[in-house]
Design a protein around this ligand. Structure first.
Ligand SMILES: [Zn+2]
Length: 91
């Protein structure tokens, strides 16, 4: 049996949508990873077992339940990363 924190999938699927509201935020892989980590550390993990073919349907149906808190945490994470990027700002 394998377990998966499906909040990871929800954060990753919502992140692009939230990033569009922050056109000044860097979207390099490093910054996107930092945003995902920050958001996930502020969200309670929700574990599911990873039976083939079921993950996607469950993320779709359960994702909407957590959409608001997920988007809020992603937005907070974006603001933190924008204020403290781990690399020089692109000019
Ligand atoms: Zn970056």
């Amino acid at each position: 049996m394998e377990l998966k924190n499906f909040m990871e999938d929800i954060v990753l699927s919502k992140m692009e949508e939230v990033l569009r509201q922050y056109p000044n935020c860097c979207t390099c892989e490093n910054c996107k990873r930092d945003i995902a980590i920050l958001a996930l550390n502020h969200l309670p993990p929700r574990y599911i077992s990873t039976e083939k073919g079921q993950i996607f349907a469950r993320v779709e149906s359960m994702g909407s339940e957590y959409a608001v808190e997920t988007v809020t945490q992603i937005a907070d994470a974006i603001e933190i990363v924008m204020a403290h990027p781990r690399h020089e700002a692109n000019k």
